[in-house]
Design a protein around this ligand. Structure first.
Ligand code: NAD
Length: 429
């Protein structure tokens, strides 16, 4: 039987633990999620019928603080995937030195088949089911794939009703008018773009000569495309779930965003009439995008898209993982042998959780910051943690992914040791 997503995620952590001073007991803590809840949510559909949907919330670990992690609406959501994503969140918060543990959740649903009002009722129903386990001091959800600020707003409202107290700090990624933070909606792309700039400086890349391909044009991918193109990088390919477009001279990203906002899919953009007629750019599949001749490849959609079957064909010299878990462990080994650098998800896409942290701090203090303050803090933290991870990779001759895990494990290990390990209780420390 093949290993589950959680077991595969854990294998990578165990491998990294060999390079860190983490006590063995801390590893056991990571192998055992703290709490897992599965619920059934009844939903009255617009046509009067009743359906049930399955939702999950996993609090993986709270050694460093309350759980933090997104809620995803996708047909593939299951408990195993939530456990794996929650484990990554534990590591991501530790890499970024945030006072949070890791959590994740979601509903197994295709939101594209629901009306807006059905999505609202489903979201509120989910929160009523999990209200006892989340909260500003226990576990703080945020947006993820196919959830957004409106959904976070409804959820915060529902949570506040459940606990009979206005509680904006229970969820992050909310609309500004409901206690959201400046900069949250673009934070993941913003943080990723800081990583690109740091790498460009290190590798002496100039933006106009750097060709970038981005898979996924949602919250994370779209903001990244816009920021990189504003900074002068040549974004030559983008895609969404329907397919992608490619122009080696570089795409006009503002035009693509405008067309997307008009409700068109990426592969329809620039095309008049039937899809195959008069396209000004090449239409490509999501698979083709991954193997284009570019300098920087940014997977920003779903997990497990770079696998042993296509890792040999990747032409980019650097992969920046804006999505969570886009590269399988087998692919990772192939990429490493080929000298392709992977800036891992737990570092590259940590801008989102970092501004979520700022949102939570603002909600709790009642002191709201302007966009410049958020930008500056995000830039500083991303650059600092990126440099720390890269320095560790150089110092110990590790891949960037391994170095990021080692940094996370050392922080988690310190907290576990402070609670006492076998050596401590046996009087050997
Ligand atoms: P989103 O729902 O806003 O966008 C998802 C995008 O992926 C859409 O453009 C969709 O068309 C595309 N997509 C879906 N299926 C696809 C497929 N099979 N092939 C190619 N593209 C496909 O989601 P998002 O918030 O942008 O999240 C994308 C990734 O980034 C996820 O892995 C998520 O966990 C990660 N991430 C997001 C944030 C955040 O703040 N939004 C933070 C950290 C990590």
């Amino acid at each position: 039987m093949s290993a589950s997503a959680f077991e595969r995620a854990l294998e990578r952590i165990t491998a990294a633990a060999e390079y860190s001073d983490m006590p063995e007991e801390a590893c056991h803590r990571l192998a055992n999620p703290k709490a897992m809840l599965t619920v059934s949510i009844p939903l009255r559909m617009d046509d009067g019928s009743l359906k049930h949907f399955i939702g999950h919330r996993v609090l993986h670990n709270d050694l460093l603080g309350p759980g933090k992690g997104g809620l995803r609406y996708h047909p593939n959501v299951d408990l195993d995937e939530c456990k794996a994503l929650a484990l990554w969140m534990t590591c991501k918060c530790a890499v970024m030195d945030l006072p949070f543990g890791g959590a994740k959740g979601g509903i197994s649903v295709n939101p594209k088949e629901l009306s807006m009002m059905e999505i609202e009722r489903l979201s509120r129903g989910f929160i009523r089911r999990i209200a006892d386990t989340i909260g500003p001091d226990t576990d703080i959800p945020a947006p993820d794939v196919y959830t957004n600020e409106h959904i976070m707003g409804w959820m915060m409202d529902e949570y506040s009703h459940a606990v009979r107290q206005y509680t904006p700090g229970a969820l992050t990624g909310k609309p500004l008018a409901l206690g959201g933070s400046e900069g949250r909606s673009t934070a993941t792309g913003q943080g990723g773009s800081v990583c690109v700039d740091r790498w460009a400086k290190r590798a002496s890349w100039t933006p106009e000569d750097t060709r970038v391909a981005i898979q996924g044009f949602g919250n994370a991918g779209r903001a990244m495309a816009r920021l990189l193109s504003e900074k002068g990088y040549r974004v030559v390919a983008v895609s969404d779930s329907q397919g992608g477009i490619h122009d080696s001279d570089g795409l006009d990203i503002e035009e693509v965003i405008e067309a997307k906002e008009d409700g068109r899919s990426v592969d329809e953009i620039y095309c008049q009439g039937s899809v195959s007629d008069s396209c000004e750019v090449d239409q490509i599949s999501n698979e083709e995008l991954l193997t284009l001749d570019v300098d920087l490849l940014i997977p920003a959609a779903l997990e497990d898209v770079i696998t042993k079957d296509n890792a040999d064909q990747i032409q980019a010299s650097v992969i920046m993982e804006l999505a969570n878990g886009p590269t399988t462990a087998q692919a990772d080994r192939i990429l490493e042998e080929r000298g392709i650098v992977v800036i891992p998800d737990i570092l590259a896409n940590a801008g989102g959780v970092t501004v979520s942290y700022y949102e939570w701090v603002q909600n709790r203090s009642g002191d709201y910051w302007d966009a410049d303050r958020i930008q500056e803090r995000l830039r500083d933290r991303m650059a600092r943690q990126f440099d720390r991870v890269l320095a560790l990779a150089d110092e110990r001759d590790l891949s960037v992914r391994m170095a990021a895990y080692v940094l996370a494990l050392e922080r988690l290990g310190e907290a576990a040791a402070a609670l006492g390990t076998r050596e401590f209780f046996n009087g050997r420390v």
